[in-house]
Design a protein around this ligand. Sequence first.
Ligand SMILES: [Zn+2]
Length: 405
Amino acid sequence: MTAPSPTYEDIMSECLALAGRAPGLASFAEIGRSAEGRAIPLLTLSDPAIPADEKNVVLVSGGTDGNEEVGRACALGLARALLEPQHRVHLQRQTVLIVPVTNPDGTAHDLPDVQGNGSGIPAPEVHKPGQPPATAEGRAMRELVEHWIPDAHFDFHGLAGGGMGDSAYLYPTVNEKWSIPVLYEVAREIEAAGERAGYPQEGRPRLWVNPRHNLPGWLARQHSAFCMVLEGTENYYPIEESVRAGLVRLLRLLEIGEETRFFQVHPNYPCDVVSGSRMGALMPYGATYGARRASRRAISQMILEGVPWFGRKPADRGWVAEIALPVEATVKTFPQGLAFQATLDRRATVTQVFWQDHVLEANLWKVWPTSAGLVVRAEVPEAPVHGENALRIRYEVPFKRHVEP
Ligand SMILES: [Zn+2]
C-alpha cells in the first residue's frame, strides 16, 4: 500500500519547483501555519503584464479533508496546467490563487473522518458568521480571502469508492432566487465537459440550502462569491485519471469566469447580481475589478445587516420603472456607490433616470438591446441611506397600455 498522493511533502516541494520554474507568472508564499506548525502554501498565478485590478480573482483549494487525496492532486494539477503555454491566456484575465493543502496536519496524518484540521473541528463549523475562524488554518484562509475578496472559490474534495463520476456541492448567496438556478446551470456545464472528455458523470449536485460554515459557504453568503465544493472521484479511476477528470471541470470553470453571461457586463464568474433579478438587479459599483470586488462585499454586508427586500416594483406606473432598496436602521455598512440594471419592454425609449429625488446625469446610465428586452444600467455614485431608496427609470413606448395598473 502506498501513501495517498500527493503527500504534504510532495505538495510543498512541487509548489516551490513551480514558482522557481515560472518566475513572474507563479509565486510562492506561506499564508500561515497549521495547529502543529506546518506551513500552508499559496501559489499565486497571474500574468504581471496585466494589472491585478483588471482581472477577476478565483481561489482554488484542496486538501481540506485530510484523507482525500484527489483534491490536493487536482489543485496542484491546475497550477501545473496553467503554466503550460496553451492555458496561460487565463493568467492574463484572472488571478488564480491556489492553496493545494488547506489542512496540512490532517493531510500529514492521513486522518479519515477528521475534517477541517487536525484538531477535529469539522470544516463546516470553522467559519461562523460574526465569529473569528475556529482554527489556525481557518484564520489563514480568512485573511487570504479578506485581502483578495475572490469572485469565485472552488474547494476540491474527493469521494472515495462506490461512485462513477464527479459531483458538486452548491452554496447559494443571499440572493437565492438568482444564485440557485445559476449554480445548477454551471454544475451541468462542468458535468457536460467531463462527459465530452470521456469521464461519465453519475454524481448529482447537492444544494446546501441552510448556510454552511465552511469557507465556500461563508464566502457565498458574506461576499456573494460564486462558490462550489467539487467532489472528484477517488478509487474508481487511478488517481491520474481522477486528476484529468478534475482538470477538465476546473478549466471549464475558468472559461466561464471569462464570459459575460448571467446578466453581467464585465467578464466574470456569475457573482455580480448581488440582489434582485433581470427585471431589477443590484450590482457591484466601480470601474475596476478591484473596486467592484470591494463593492460586492460591502453590498452583501449591507444586505445581511438589514435590507428586508430588494427589487423592481411589480407594475410600472405612468411609464416609470421603479427599483426599491429599503435600508433598515440596523445597517452599519454602506457601499460607496451602487449599480442597477433593469430590463424594459424592447420597444421602450428611456428619457430620464432618477436616483432618490434627483435626475441622474445622462453619462451615468446607458441602454442596450438584448433578446430579453432593453437593458438599462445606471451607475449611482452615491451611498444609499437609512430608509427608502429608489431608482426610477422614465420611458416612452409607441403603444397604449391595455390595462392601467
Ligand atoms: Zn471532503
